[in-house]
Design a protein. Structure first.
Length: 284
């Protein structure tokens, strides 16, 4: 590879579609899915469906990439001839992956890196990675990325709703009272990430259909701030509903230049359970 070009590295929870990983030649650092007796590399040695299939027996935990796995990817980037790289991670407010990648790159003599904290999760982070991929494809320098990254992050949001609060509760993302009351009343939160990159509730709705309407409304409102947008609709074992959301939003957000679709990573499956619908919006 031309040593003057810049590599793009993402973590597996950015949920960049596989075809775009191939198109832009991205390198992927996988997080981990951990069961009592074995661990798996996110999207490499375990699939979302395999996580769903094992929920009845065990709800696993998740963790950042191991330092060894991160170093292997970074060393491969150097071996492929790159001397500069942009690294895009999910929110530092939700994962230690950002800190890990900063630590692993700090002492590298042969690779100069810019690590971008997307302050986002899933396809929200993925849209940031794709925007940076397009910049790099147009010949942007590392300094260009440093200048543009903050505004790209600020102009990107993901809104998601889950079919059950059980997995957010088990993962420690919501408290006992919120879980008990929400489950009893069938109240579903619409969740996004705030400026610090941590989960916040945008709105609440009673029942599944109303929560999807609220999520679409939040996405449409954010999209209205921009002349043009890039959109994404992703799901966790809810492809039919995602298709309905995509079709409805397609008529409501007419100024979208591009749409992305797909399923969330196994690591995110662990924290949300089946039934997630996520809507990503990026002003461009």
């Amino acid at each position: 590879m031309d040593a003057n070009r810049i590599a793009l590295i993402v973590d597996s929870c950015t949920d960049v579609p596989p075809e775009d990983i191939d198109r832009y030649g991205m390198y992927v650092v996988p997080l981990q899915v951990n069961y009592a007796n074995e661990s798996f590399l996110d999207k490499v040695t375990i699939t979302p469906q395999q996580v769903y299939d094992r929920f009845a027996d065990e709800v696993p935990s998740t963790s950042t990439p191991t330092p060894a796995v991160a170093r292997d990817v970074l060393n491969q980037v150097v071996a492929d001839g790159y001397r500069e790289a942009v690294i895009v991670t999910i929110s530092s407010g939700l994962s230690a992956t950002y800190d890990l990648m900063r630590s692993e790159t700090a002492g590298m003599a042969l690779l100069t890196c810019e690590v971008v904290d997307t302050k986002n999760i899933g396809m929200g982070a993925g849209l940031v990675a794709l925007a940076l991929a397009r910049l790099l494809a147009e010949g942007a320098s590392l300094d260009d990325v440093r200048r543009e990254a903050a505004s790209i992050v600020e102009n990107t949001k993901v809104f998601f709703c889950v079919d059950t609060l059980e997995y957010l509760h088990k993962g420690g993302r919501i408290g006992n009272v919120t879980y008990a009351v929400g489950s009893m009343l069938d109240m579903r939160p619409v969740i996004t990430c705030n400026d610090q990159g941590v989960y916040v509730t945008v709105s609440k709705a009673k029942g599944r259909r109303q929560s999807l309407k609220k999520a679409m409304g939040a996405a449409e409102k954010f999209a209205s701030r921009f002349e043009r947008v890039t959109m994404a609709v992703v799901n966790g074992d809810a492809a039919a509903e995602a298709a309905e959301v995509r079709a409805e939003l397609g008529g409501r957000v007419a100024h979208a230049d591009a749409w992305y679709e797909g399923q969330i990573s196994p690591v995110l499956v662990v924290h949300t359970g089946p039934g997630l619908i996520g809507i990503g919006v990026q002003g461009v």
